[in-house]
Design a protein around this ligand. Sequence first.
Ligand code: CUA
Length: 296
Amino acid sequence: MARDVANVWWAMFGFSVVVLVVVSALWIYAMLRQPRTHTAEEAKRINRHWIIGGGLILPTVSIIALLAFGIPTGRGMLPLPVEGEQPLRIQVIGHQWWWEVRYPESGVVTANQFILPVDRPVDVEVTSADVIHSFWVPRLGGKLDMVPGRTNTLRLQASQTGVFRGQCSEFCGSQHAHMILHVEALETDAFASWIEARAGREHQPPSGAAGQVFDERCGQCHRVAGVSDGNRAPDLSDLATRPTLGAGVIANDAEGLRRWLSDHQSLKHGIAMPRHDDIPEQTLGQLADWLETLAP
Ligand code: CUA
């Protein structure tokens, strides 16, 4: 779909070049030619030609040509019925400022990463939990607004495996720029394993002081399969497999995770997660150790 959009862009660009060349040539001709005087009747006729030709016919023809190009492109992104293998459904819910990603057929939930199989159409059902966001993966296709209270559907299909960058493209508050989506297209088998590893996977709660902190604080908002049921913050069940924390703010490695736990309000000011200044550093360290085990 992104390729079709690019083709429309190139068609517009090519046509604009033609318009530029023609207008420039006329302009140069008008400057160089000998001045001629016309009778009022002649001037009126010439003006009428230019208004009808240049002002009405030319724009009408060019806009119709662009429509003929553009409408099929737009249709490619509509969730129209298909024959054979049905599109995979993936739900994406925008939050200030992160992405909730759900695979309704398997019950798998993740956050800030959007994993899809290659060469299979995917219907991305987008909505929002708070303000208007917009789902956009430039390498895969057009963007679509995520509007609270309604679901919009965008059809995508990755024609090659690889990592693509997604970005919220509707201003949604102070951390709009830090709403990055890691998009990865996997081979069909690898995608099936990705889902299978997560479906039904349950974790053990952390022990000791970290367990108590998680239970009283983190688990109220975050879900970890088998441990907690919070639903206001990113699901952490496969946290350790995500490339970044905070929707693209910082790398998800041992050091990044510890920095995020103690300094998230500086790294991404204004997010809903409260400060943890009152939690002893040692307990935060234990929590981080446990969070690093959250993988399928
Ligand atoms: Cu979400 Cu901008």
